[in-house]
Design a protein around this ligand. Structure first.
Ligand code: DAH
Length: 332
């Protein structure tokens, strides 16, 4: 190998090795002058080309070019990485007086908040939280709740049937059955969740809404326990001036049954609002889950959560709760 080729190899390896340890712009500039600048080692070799024999000249020329490209490339790369590590700022780099970014903080949906608050109130009275499926069978949605086969509530036009036997539950009362099937009395549960009915959608109706269901089973439970529990709830949730009124009604799964009205403050005015149904658990329901109705007694209630939230927060249209319009969601 000609002496020139050897020299080129050695320039290349030395230059690259010394470039590796360079850590600042000044040393980099010195490296550039020493190796690839107009008076650098590489340029110096050019002058010696005339001494290379014509036979070796093409190979040496080619190699000279390769080394030049390699060193130029390595230089640019180093310059880039040094620049990235230490930006050559001319003015102040950080204005510590600049106002910070205004972060938008999310919040829980008003229905989620209402559900959490309701659970909180009942948890303080010793109720635990139970859950059940939204896709139910006819047995849990109707039969076990003492709803006879020919009852109008089973009409296919009033239900979202998925197949002959399954439907989207129309009430959270289904969870009463599931909770009793899974444990022995005494029992104290609440359950919140979605229910579905093919209602025409308008300001007060939706094909999907939420209910809170309560069930209390023990020995010697009476209507007094039911009303006291509802009153405690009303006081805790709507304030000490809230009142509860029960009016006669009918539900297949309670006997006697009542509608529950609460006198609450609706935007400054005390008004009676009907919130749902309640009653003493029907003996047939206890029998369906294998509880002895001679030994056990209980009360149950089911309230519409949208209705509670809409009254409490003054929301005039139920659709607002499901449209996810930020103008609404950030205002409640
Ligand atoms: N499930 C009833 C409905 O959707 C509400 C209800 C009434 C629930 C009476 C109960 C109850 O637990 O005892 O209209």
């Amino acid at each position: 190998m000609s002496a020139m080729l050897e020299e080129l190899n050695s320039i290349e390896s030395q230059a690259l090795a010394s470039l590796k340890v360079i850590a600042d712009a000044d040393s980099l500039e010195q490296w550039r002058l020493a190796w690839i600048g107009p008076k650098g080692r590489l340029k110096g070799l050019l002058g010696s080309m005339k001494d290379v024999s014509p036979a070796d000249r093409p190979a040496v020329g080619k190699r000279l070019n390769e080394v030049k490209v390699a060193l130029d490339g390595a230089f640019e790369e180093r310059k880039g990485s040094l620049g990235a590590a230490r930006p050559q700022a001319t003015g102040p780099m950080l204005d510590v007086t600049e106002p910070g970014l205004d972060l938008t903080i999310g919040r829980r949906h008003v229905l989620t908040r209402t559900i959490d608050e309701l659970i909180e109130v009942f948890a303080r009275m010793g109720f635990t939280v139970a859950t059940g499926p939204e896709v139910e069978d006819e047995y849990h949605n109707f039969t076990a709740l003492n709803i006879p086969p020919d009852h109008p509530a089973r009409d296919p036009l009033d239900n979202f049937f998925l197949d002959g036997k399954h439907l989207l539950r129309t009430q959270t009362s289904t969870v009463q059955i599931r909770a009793m099937e899974q444990s022995r009395p005494p029992l104290r549960i609440v359950s919140c969740g979605r229910v579905y009915r093919p209602d025409e959608v308008d300001a007060t109706h939706s094909f999907m809404f939420h209910q809170i269901e309560g069930l209390y089973v023990d020995r010697n439970v009476s209507m007094v326990d039911l009303k006291t529990t509802l009153l405690q709830f009303a006081h805790a949730y709507f304030g000490a001036q809230a009142e509860v009124k029960l009016t006669p009604s009918f539900f297949p799964f309670t006997e006697p049954s009542a509608e529950m009205h609460i006198r609450m403050n609706v935007r400054g005015q005390w008004r009676w609002v009907e919130l749902g149904g309640c009653g003493m658990v029907d003996p047939n329901v206890f029998e369906a889950v294998g509880y002895d109705p001679e030994e056990w007694s209980g009360f149950a209630f089911g309230l519409g959560i949208e209705r509670i939230a809409m009254r409490k927060y003054g929301i005039p249209d139920i659709r607002w709760l499901f449209e996810n319009d930020l103008r609404f969601l950030t205002s409640v």
